[in-house]
Design a protein around this ligand. Structure first.
Ligand SMILES: [Zn+2]
Ligand SMILES: [Zn+2]
Length: 433
């Protein structure tokens, strides 16, 4: 008889703050899957529940987004936990964590020193490699298709086989191949999966790409500029790649941390769907050479791609203040906008409070669902893969109400009754075998 514990330290009925501890009661081996942050209404980082680093055999980072990695350095104050991730995830995570430290360092329980210590403890892995951590613990990483370098991970622990999806996207995008579902083993005991879009069906990708191009061209041809606020890692590169794929022949400016991310990703060709296209995209993009140049953007038709994706600061603010005033221009929001963020205000009210100043948007406003997550249909299909087996499915990184509705629908329509949704951080599931 062997018992496995799955404890949601975060991401329980909550999108973000991913942190799950998987532990064998018999051997004491324990894997920490992600350790990310969320942000409260005042934009302060909220950490997952505490875990004693000495109780963790190893940690896994699925991808570089802060809601998966932002709290990791707090484990390195007085102890050294090996942290497994792809080399690209390690580099991008380092970039985003240091930026978080710069913006919110006052509220974080770690400093630069801990980030350096964390980096010293990272162990780079490749997709498909079987990593032996200890006698009863191995890890196998698979492409998750979410952002460059992102992974799903199969954990073999004391006779149990657990799959953690992290954030995943089964569909290919302009930038990435879809998640490597083919190589997921058949005999999984537990699946810990994200459920970001339990209520949202994504339109077909090609349709969205064409829509983006149509909007961009109509604005540029009328002499306007297009501002596309985008996340540093993933969305900025995806939007840039689509624009270049369709041969947009206007200046494309990439600013802020996205420029740095572009260069880092360019050094890892094998993570990309079409490296030549990506290389061309990065070479086409204009880097901002000076503040003078930045101030003069908007005089001629151009496209600006810059973080932050929800207009919560970053280089995009300067462009937003300027370009939003002119009705010839357009603001395209290519990702989910969390309630309370300036991006959400722009979408719902056509105005936003930025740096204590209310700005009315005269420019045209668009929202495009260029998501990097599995949509409702993909989540359903994914779960049905495990429906005939004795697999327990744990859904995290999800909105509680829509997840419960999704799960009850699965039961009514397909008789699926093996999905568990932890409600609050700290909930522990104990499985017997
Ligand atoms: Zn996430
Ligand atoms: Zn993510």
């Amino acid at each position: 008889m062997s018992k496995l514990e799955i404890k949601a330290l975060g991401a329980a009925g909550e999108v973000g703050r991913a942190a799950i501890l998987v532990r064998s009661r018999e051997t004491g081996s324990a894997v920490l899957l992600d350790y990310g942050v969320n942000f409260d209404a005042n934009d302060r980082p909220v950490l997952p529940l505490h875990v004693r680093p000495r109780d963790v055999t190893c940690a896994v980072l699925s991808h570089a987004h802060l809601d998966h990695c932002g709290a990791f350095p707090s484990l390195y104050v007085s102890y050294e936990v090996p942290l497994y991730a792809t080399p690209l995830t390690i580099e991008l995570g380092d970039l985003l964590i240091k930026d978080l430290l710069k913006l919110s360092g006052y509220y974080l329980p770690y400093e630069h020193r801990e980030v350096c210590k964390m980096l010293e403890c990272t162990v780079p892995v490749t997709y498909g490699e079987i990593v032996e951590v200890s006698k009863d613990l191995t890890l196998t990483f698979l492409n998750a298709g979410h952002v460059p370098g992102s992974s799903m991970v199969v954990i073999d622990i004391d006779g149990w086989r657990v799959l953690y999806t992290g954030d995943f996207n089964p569909n290919p995008s302009a930038l990435l191949n879809g998640a490597d579902l083919l190589n997921i083993p058949q005999d999984v005991d537990v699946v810990i999966m994200e459920g970001t879009y339990t209520s949202g069906v994504h339109p077909p990708r090609e349709q969205l790409e064409k829509q983006l191009i149509e909007i961009v061209l109509s604005v540029l041809e009328e002499g306007g500029c297009v501002l596309i606020p985008s996340f540093t890692v993933g969305r900025a590169q995806e939007v840039l790649t689509i624009l270049v794929k369709y041969g947009i022949d206007y200046p494309i400016i990439v600013d802020g941390l996205a420029r740095v991310a572009n260069e880092i990703i360019a050094r890892y060709p094998h993570y990309l769907r079409d490296y030549r296209l990506y290389r061309k995209a990065v070479e086409t993009a204009i880097e901002v050479p000076s503040e003078y140049f930045r101030r003069n953007v908007g005089r001629e038709p151009c496209i600006v791609i810059s973080p932050a994706g929800m207009l919560k600061g970053g280089a995009v603010i300067q462009y937003f203040k300027k370009l939003s005033r002119n009705r010839r221009n357009a603001i395209i929001l290519p990702s989910f906008q969390a309630p309370g963020t300036p991006g959400f205000q722009v979408l719902t009210r056509g105005r936003a409070v930025i740096e204590n100043q209310e700005i009315k948007v005269e420019a045209k406003i668009f929202w495009l669902d260029l998501s990097a997550h599995a949509g409702k249909r993909e989540l359903e299909q994914f779960i049905l893969r495990f429906a005939d087996r004795e697999t327990t499915i744990v859904m995290v990184h999800t909105n509680l109400i829509s997840a419960l509705k999704f799960v009850s629908n699965l039961y009514t329509r397909h008789g699926v009754d093996n999905v568990v949704v932890p409600h609050t951080a700290g909930e522990t599931l104990i499985l017997d075998k």
